[in-house]
Write a protein that binds this ligand. Structure first.
Ligand code: ATP
Length: 165
């Protein structure tokens, strides 16, 4: 399965703008329409929803979320940035663990099980991508995922490999 990443990111972006009219969303999109990633559409959508939901949930007063979309030679990078509560350096390496939540008491009010990021990471890595986070307590977080790009001809090669050609 392949997914046109620009189209999907724009759909998620439009949906979040509609669902959260009190937020200011921006999208820095520097990608061609025809860039494909070898990921099921629903999986990519799920990954983006998890990151955008968290950005909204942990935004606090500054209701601003910035998405970015760019590529290098072999990979697409999608960034989801908020300017909210942030994550301390001690907690940062644990946010992708299953059931890990930074502040048990405060987070509980916001709902959730601490599973979202673990699921996102597992999905991304299952597609040979990466997910990273940079954050500072009190000033916000930037999650970045990278996914390999399907080059024209890749799909045919993959099929040939399967059938032993
Ligand atoms: P859910 O299972 O519904 O996603 P959750 O948000 O608690 O619930 P994760 O998405 O796995 O679970 O996130 C784990 C923890 O990482 C959160 O509880 C929160 O403490 C922290 N976290 C995640 N995203 C952000 C963010 N953008 N800003 C600050 N903290 C975050």
């Amino acid at each position: 399965a392949t997914t046109p990443v620009k189209k999907l990111v724009n759909q998620v972006y439009d949906n979040f703008r509609m669902i959260h009219p009190d937020f200011h969303f921006s999208l820095d999109d520097d990608l061609d329409e025809d860039v494909l990633v070898p990921v099921y559409r629903d999986h990519l959508e799920q990954i983006l929803i998890i990151l955008c939901d968290n950005a909204v949930k942990y935004s606090n007063e500054r209701k601003e979320i910035h998405l970015s979309l760019s590529r290098n030679l072999r990979a697409v990078e999608i960034g989801v940035q908020d300017f909210g509560e942030g994550i301390s350096q001690e907690d940062l390496h644990r946010v992708f663990d299953r059931f890990y939540r930074v502040d048990k008491a405060r987070s509980r009010k916001k709902g959730g099980n601490g599973l979202g990021l673990a699921i996102a990471k597992r999905l991304v890595e299952g597609y040979h991508g990466t997910v990273t986070v940079e954050s500072q307590l009190g000033s916000g977080s930037l999650f970045r995922i990278t996914l390999p790009i399907v080059e024209p001809g890749d799909e045919k090669e993959a099929k040939n490999k399967e059938s032993g050609k």
